[in-house]
Design a binder for this molecule. Structure first.
Ligand code: G6P
Length: 606
């Protein structure tokens, strides 16, 4: 959410910054801007609009800062676009996060004669730095003093027209990664824009500041203590953040799903013993054996993955599980008695609400583990242990392959915890073998993309959509609806099929189609009855059925098939047609599939 990129080195900065912004675009696209050599260019919209605005403007200079905005305070306008400057246009700031006390600071600064050009909270940062410089501080001191004045969250980069060879970056609650190039340094919200230049990075921790020149870097905490941090190597290749011939990242990422499962399970199964080997949990294995209750926290798609995990873990590991969205967990009074473990699920590893839930759990002394895709992210670092998804970078704002990998990781965790408890070897072997069989089954589903495209064309003009499922595919229904909402802007609702009769059924008529997940599992007959209830109200039904099930063709208007698998793993297959359906509806409606309006990939504000 909001993307920051900065460069200091020996090349011209503007082209590097523009290329970096393109790689970061999934973080925000309400407005974009950059500042090089003390000159700013900003525009509403995303990188293309900024490029058009730049036109032939030469921004000469070997360092600069750039930003993509996801609006929080103030509408998406050029005035509110970053970088923000001080009154004298000397100091420039790009910021991701929220300055909570900005009103009070703004009033104080205005009373002291500062004139504000935007409605943003971020502008106070530039003005505060200016105020401290006027009072005699040098740039570095002024940045540190300003950061002590603010309350809230920030990941930021600062440049100063009078010190063109220096960029200062700082972090409090919003991610900052520093790229360590040869005679160059980079600052970014995540590694994607850095990868084209270097794979060597260091991650700032909260309360840390980095002062960067082309040849040197210094990291220290706000109180001035020097910090020495290991340089890490990013595993991702630059090709993973390119579309590689696909029209959209969303389609590319769905097509990668068979590989994603392979990558998530690689080296982690001992099929002959029906066990999972999870190196990331070794250090806490003994504590895991004693866990009596699990609280799962996630947001959006990760939350729905958690709901599937609840069913897996309760049925096969025998551990009571509750699942909650991060934004609610931390605002009630969660009681995490001894033996409770918090399991955080997050693709980005940066979602503020999930992160705060982890911090609350840690305050209460609970064991925290993560299922995280982004290596080195804040959640990965702050949890006690965890499982990396290994899904590779996900760029499309609507999560697809990450969901598949989250479910796969949850199945591995279930196997791990189940075998620590009462799960038999035979059951363990069955789960392990079926996990190994999933990639081929998934490939088989993906071959149906033309049929799903045709189906989408038939339904693209519907205004509303209901998605229903039960048991393991209860959450799949909600995830299917979320996909459609995100990328098509259609009204879509997920509903437990058994709950329809308590309200949602009232909406059904001949113009209100339902996607019913009706696989041949333990709730099949119940799902058939629910489909009948909809048909009796003339609602069109698309059924998702198990291959070989000929019984649904008479009942439903359209049927999509997926191969049979274990019930606990069935969401991994069932969600794929729902993802493709949403994708093709979005394409048919001519929308921006990868960057849906108003959304952002990594939500680092609460
Ligand atoms: C945003 C994204 C969703 C994602 C959610 C949680 O809303 O658009 O796709 O599911 O954040 O993100 P996380 O990175 O924690 O999985």
């Amino acid at each position: 959410m909001c993307g920051i990129f900065a460069y200091v080195g020996e090349e011209q900065a503007a082209p590097i910054l523009m290329e970096g912004l393109s790689a970061l675009e999934y973080r925000g696209y309400d407005s974009a801007g950059l500042c090089v050599g003390g000159r700013c260019v900003r525009s509403v919209g995303a990188v293309e609009q900024l490029r058009a605005r730049l036109g032939d403007t030469m921004l000469a200079g070997k360092s600069g800062i750039a930003h993509l905005r996801w609006a929080t305070h103030g509408e998406p306008s050029e005035q509110n676009a970053h970088p923000h400057a001080d009154c004298g246009q000397h100091v420039f700031v790009v910021h991701n996060g929220i300055i909570e006390n900005f009103r009070e600071l703004r009033e104080k600064l205005a009373a002291a004669g500062h004139r504000f050009a935007s409605e943003t909270d971020s502008e106070v940062l530039a003005r505060l730095i200016e105020a401290h410089r006027r009072a005699g501080a040098d740039l570095e001191q002024a940045v540190c003093l300003a950061l002590k004045d603010v309350r809230g969250t920030y990941g930021l980069a600062v440049s100063c027209a009078e010190e063109p060879g220096t960029i200062i970056a700082a972090r409090m609650g919003a991610p900052i990664v520093v790229g360590m190039g040869e005679r160059a340094h980079f600052v970014a919200s995540d590694p994607s824009p850095i990868l084209a230049h270097t794979k060597h990075v260091l991650y700032l921790e909260d309360g840390e500041v980095a002062v960067l020149t082309a040849k040197a870097h210094r990291v220290f905490s706000l109180d001035g203590t020097k910090v020495s941090r290991d340089v890490e190597t990013i595993e991702w290749g630059v090709e993973q953040i390119q579309k590689s011939g696909f029209d959209h990242f969303m389609l590319k990422e769905i097509m990668e799903e068979p590989d994603v499962i392979e990558n998530t399970i690689r080296g982690r199964l001992i099929p002959g013993q029906g066990r999972a080997k999870l190196g990331g949990l070794d250090s806490v294995a003994e504590r895991l054996a004693k866990v009596k209750r699990i609280v799962v926290v996630g947001c959006g798609t990760a939350f729905y993955a958690g709901q599937v995990g609840e069913y897996m873990l309760e049925e096969f590991a025998g551990i009571p599980v509750e699942v909650e969205v991060g934004s609610e967990f931390r605002y009630r009074t969660p009681i995490l008695e001894e033996g409770t473990m918090l399991l955080a699920i997050s693709q980005s590893g940066e979602t503020a609400d999930t992160l705060e839930a982890i911090r609350e759990a840690k305050r209460q002394g609970a064991l925290t583990i993560g299922i995280v895709n982004t290596v080195g992210s804040t959640i990965a670092r702050e949890t006690d242990a965890g499982i990396y998804n290994h899904a590779g970078p996900e760029i499309g704002v609507a999560s697809t392959k990450a969901f598949i990998s989250q479910l796969t990781a949850l199945a591995l965790l279930t196997l791990f915890l189940g075998r620590q408890r009462t799960m038999s070897e035979a059951v363990g072997k069955r789960i392990a073998n079926e996990l190994l069989a999933l990639p081929l089954k998934l490939e088989h589903i993906l071959l149906q993309h033309d049929e799903l495209c045709a189906l989408a064309l038939r339904y693209k003009d519907a205004r509303d959509f209901l998605y229903i499922g039960r048991k393991y595919n209860y959450a799949t229904a909600f995830e299917g609806a979320l996909k459609l909402k995100e990328v098509s802007y259609l009204h879509a609702e997920g509903c437990g099929a058994g709950e329809m009769k308590h309200g949602p059924l009232a909406m059904i008529d001949k113009n209100f189609p339902t996607f019913a997940i009706a696989l041949q599992d333990s709730v099949y007959e119940k799902m058939r009855s629910n489909i009948q209830e909809i048909k009796a109200r003339r609602g069109p039904v698309v059924a998702l059925a198990t291959e070989g099930d000929t019984g649904l063709a008479d009942l439903a208007d359209d049927v999509v098939f997926v191969p049979p698998t274990l019930e606990m793993l069935s969401p991994i297959l069932a969600v794929v047609p729902l993802q493709l359906f949403a994708y093709y509806i979005s394409v048919a409606r001519g929308l921006n599939v990868d960057r849906p309006r108003n959304l952002a990939k990594s939500v680092t504000v609460e």
